[in-house]
Design a protein around this ligand. Structure first.
Ligand code: SOE
Length: 380
């Protein structure tokens, strides 16, 4: 009989839905599964909503006290999908209670908090991973393989942008993502953390940053009383130049004011022998350009990343049968449970708490550079 592994989930919103679905679906594709996830308990602050989520997602029980999840003997994995200000305390408590922890990104609100989490994780023997799910897009893993195999030669540019437009309306309410105390930063932590993680995953370490941030709308209606307004305390957009250890220049941008862009996570890498481009809204494709001899006359082409020897694809459908956004979470959950059950490493394919901490150092450096107008050297 395949082993079972108990899951406790904090949060029932967008990520709670994505993660619980992934736990349920993983053994369907990754069979024989390293273990079958059992959805034990789910935490949320509002009883009526968490009760409904438990029913909808298939959890045995629910609670409005996150500490109950950590005390629960049946819970072996703590999945922390709460807002950023609730990443550190429950994750640390869970690690100390001997639970494996999968924590949503960014790991914390700032590098100080992230460092504490990383230190606790380092001292423990449980597995810990940051849910940077775009590392688990087959086309992204292929991009990493192409760059690391040397096919593009020396890399000159990593150009990345993550653009959304959901707060363009000045009357959009002051949700937690727009409050520094809760979120740490705006699109920098929410979206920029993803593209910076992908750049570190694919290309390598960042050594210095120079940046600009801007808040376009300074006040917004309060969600609980729209007749009153509150201050937006995070940036609405950032643009940064990142210097990489290998000499490449990175240009990075994230915004929630990119009118018309919904979830445009795009990067282009230019090397001496060719280029690649990825766009999440076409996640089954990787665009490729070869500057090698005759090939350059063919221009750009699309690699359809659905062949069985492409990363993760053999678990899904025959060639040409595409996968979607939810599969990134299924691959992620598989990777995490496989690492737990078979005592494998989280890195290099999964993001460790060390990756989460380093990511946070870069985010802090971007904010510092924007504030001081100076280039900031990265020190981990
Ligand atoms: C909202 O901006 C959001 O859901 C992010 O928090 C996710 O990390 C990203 O994948 C999609 O957009």
């Amino acid at each position: 009989m395949t082993k079972k592994i108990g899951v406790g989930l904090l949060g029932y919103a967008f990520m709670g839905k994505a993660h619980s679905h992934a736990f349920k679906d993983m053994p369907h594709f990754f069979w024989p599964a390293p273990a079958i996830p059992e959805l034990i308990t789910i935490f949320g602050r509002t009883e009526s909503k968490v009760k409904e989520a438990a029913e909808n997602f298939g959890f045995k029980r629910y609670t409005t006290d996150w500490r109950e999840v950590i005390k629960d003997k049946e819970v072996e994995i703590l999945d922390n999908s709460l807002p950023n200000d609730m990443h550190a305390e429950p994750s640390i408590a869970a690690i100390e209670a001997g639970k494996h922890v999968l924590c949503e990104k960014p790991l914390a609100r700032n590098s100080k908090e992230a460092k504490e989490m990383f230190e606790v994780a380092r001292r423990s023997s449980v597995k810990t991973m940051v849910a940077f799910n775009y590392r688990f897009v087959p086309a992204v893993v292929l991009a990493r393989e192409i760059v690391r195999s040397g096919k593009l030669g020396r890399i000159y540019h990593f150009r990345a942008r993550y653009l959304q437009d959901w707060i363009v309306d000045p009357n959009f309410p002051l949700v937690w993502r727009l409050v520094k105390e809760k979120a740490g930063s705006g699109p920098l932590g929410d979206l920029g953390s993803h593209i910076i993680d992908l750049a570190r995953f694919i290309l390598g370490e960042v050594t210095a940053v120079s940046a600009v941030t801007r808040t376009f709308i300074n006040e917004r209606p309060l969600p609980e009383d729209p007749t009153k307004k509150g201050e937006v305390t995070v940036e609405d957009a950032f643009a940064a130049v990142l210097e990489f250890e290998n000499g490449a220049i990175g240009t990075f941008e994230a915004s929630r004011f990119a009118t018309g862009r919904k979830n445009y996570n795009n990067f282009e890498i230019n090397g001496e022998k060719g280029s690649i481009e990825f766009n999440l809204e076409r996640l089954n494709e990787l665009r490729f350009y070869s500057a090698d001899g005759e090939a350059k006359t063919l221009g750009w082409s699309e690699i359809l990343v659905t062949e069985k020897d492409h990363p993760y694809i053999s678990h899904y459908w025959p060639s040409g049968h595409i996968i979607g956004w939810e599969h990134t979470f299924i691959n992620e959950v598989y990777h995490f449970i496989d690492a737990i059950v078979n005592d494998k490493k989280i890195e290099p394919y999964g993001a460790t708490f060390e990756d989460g901490y380093k990511n946070a150092v870069i985010l802090d450096a971007i904010l510092e550079s924007a504030e001081t107008g100076k280039r900031v050297t990265i020190k981990f």
